[in-house]
Design a protein around this ligand. Structure first.
Ligand code: FE2
Ligand code: FE2
Length: 190
């Protein structure tokens, strides 16, 4: 669990920085992006809080390196493409968290764990709506969806390296990764 949270947490740090940068690049969407950046800072703190209470685990360094490079790639391109990538990433995080929260998984018992994961999932769903709307105002559907598909591909490569951690939590890695690999049909279409 600690390894999975570290993987999610490295995204929160990166997300805070990309939203700060995007606010400067897309001033028209400043307030919406500022609200998302605030959420990401809360997520970062919540995940750190959970990690401090869980039994420590050696890091899955390969997965972390791959995940950081996914986030680095998100900072490239114009605001439309960046927002398309963020919408693709946050919607994948929703899928991942829903998989973790499903009945029958072996999440360790820990007071606020499920509540925190649920809160992050619900916030990420809102971020998808915000970033998708900005992307559609700033780019063509085909290009946006291509950037989103590339992001999902890179994300699956990174998460595949954490397959053992999925299994240890009672989450079927094949099923989860297949769900993340496919871009939702309605995503980034006006
Ligand atoms: Fe987040
Ligand atoms: Fe987010």
């Amino acid at each position: 669990m600690a390894r999975m949270l570290s993987l999610l947490g490295c995204g929160e740090e990166a997300a805070c920085l990309s939203f700060d940068r995007l606010q400067r690049m897309a001033p028209a969407a400043h307030d919406a992006l500022a609200a998302v950046a605030r959420d990401e800072r809360v997520h970062d703190a919540l995940l750190r809080g959970l990690l401090a209470r869980l039994p420590p685990a050696g890091p899955n360094s390969r997965a972390l390196v791959a995940m950081r490079s996914v986030h680095k790639g998100l900072g490239q391109g114009d605001p439309g493409l960046q927002c398309a990538g963020i919408a693709a990433l946050d919607s994948a995080v929703c899928t991942l968290l829903s998989g973790m929260l499903r009945r029958g998984t072996h999440l360790p018992w820990h007071g606020p764990l499920r509540a925190v994961l649920r809160k992050i999932r619900d916030d990420e769903a809102r971020h998808v709506a915000v970033t998708q709307a900005i992307a559609l105002r700033n780019g063509e559907t085909n290009k946006l969806r291509a950037a989103a598909a590339q992001l999902r591909h890179d994300l699956v490569v990174a998460l595949t390296l954490a397959g053992n951690d999925f299994e240890a939590l009672g989450i079927d890695p094949d099923r989860t990764l297949a769900a993340i690999a496919g871009l939702p049909t309605g995503l980034l279409r006006s």
